[in-house]
Design a protein around this ligand. Structure first.
Ligand SMILES: [Zn+2]
Length: 304
């Protein structure tokens, strides 16, 4: 007698790295413990150091782009963090989150969901993809980008700033401007942006300004991997770090729970107890499962 082997359970598949909900949640906890992390603060510098050290430990090429920018509260020094996993093609897919928290003076705002949840999830996605590609390059170059200064300094998104110099999305606008300066715009084939994806009752609507085919792939994948409860068939329009990319002609999607579900948004209640490791994992798993399909689509169609 020899044992019957299951042909679908190959050793490689059994050892394939998977998204670890506890690791992602631990990142969120560390950020919440650092406390409020508005752009330009020493707390955000500590957060950045934590992110950079973690990404370097996955053997990713990490770079920090520091820049000074004018804001309604004066000049502020900001920094985007980029970790790269080189692919067979120099064309890129970006998976991103902002990592600053909103400057709030009236109460202590620790931003467990906004932006701890998405930052921790992108970090864990980066670890899984780095491990998965130790012996074989991914098709596309994968970039994990952490934007500074997504939040407005004034109370509301549009209270201050001008159309040319809005008081929000400082880091993502800087990132796209750099792509243009370096002539790299055409190399960026897609952006998957995560923001506020940690609530226990996670319900992400389709973000309607995003690229339709990219959104369709992610929602189809969610349905097929039993995550239809988290990726709901409602539609909402959100202004976020994906807008500068869309404006530059880059395919982009924003995974975000806002609107009617964002009840703790920019309040003192956006704390760690609202965050579910399983929600982080649902988003991580869906993004990881969607990635080969997105790559396939980009290989087959010359989609801008
Ligand atoms: Zn926010």
């Amino acid at each position: 007698m020899s044992p019957v082997t299951n042909p679908t359970a190959s050793p490689a598949a059994a050892n394939a790295p998977v998204f670890d909900a506890d690791r992602a949640f631990a990142h969120v906890r560390r950020m919440v413990e650092i406390g409020p992390r508005p752009a330009g603060s020493k707390e955000l510098a500590r957060t950045r150091e934590m992110i950079v050290n973690e990404l370097r430990s996955y053997n990713l090429q990490v770079s920090v782009d520091e820049f000074d920018t004018r804001t309604p509260v004066g000049k502020r020094r900001m920094a985007n963090v980029t970790a790269e996993l080189a692919g067979e093609s120099s064309d890129q897919i970006i998976i991103a989150s902002h990592y600053d928290t909103k400057l709030v003076k009236e109460f202590r705002f620790v931003g467990a969901n906004d932006s701890g949840s998405s930052t921790g999830t992108v970090m864990e996605i980066a670890r899984v993809l780095a491990l998965s590609h130790q012996n074989k390059k991914p098709r596309f170059t994968l970039r994990f980008v952490f934007f500074d200064g997504e939040e407005a300094f004034c109370e509301n998104w549009d209270d201050c700033g001008t159309e040319k110099e809005p008081d929000n999305t400082y880091g993502s606008r800087r990132y796209v401007a750099q792509l243009i300066d370096k002539g790299e715009l055409k190399r960026v084939r897609a952006l998957i942006l995560l923001d506020m994806i940690g609530y226990k009752n996670l319900q992400i609507p389709r973000e309607s300004t995003g690229t339709a085919w990219l959104t369709d792939i992610i929602w189809t994948t969610a349905r097929e991997t039993n995550h239809a409860a988290q990726f709901v068939n409602e539609s909402e329009s959100i202004t976020d770090d994906h807008i500068p990319f869309l404006n530059a002609g880059i395919n982009a999607v924003d995974l975000i729970q806002f609107g009617g579900y964002g009840e703790y948004w920019h309040t003192a209640e956006d704390t760690l107890d609202k965050i579910s490791p399983q929600s982080l994992k649902a988003v991580g798993d869906v993004v990881l499962a969607s990635l080969p399909r997105i790559e396939e689509r980009l290989m087959n169609k010359n989609t801008r």
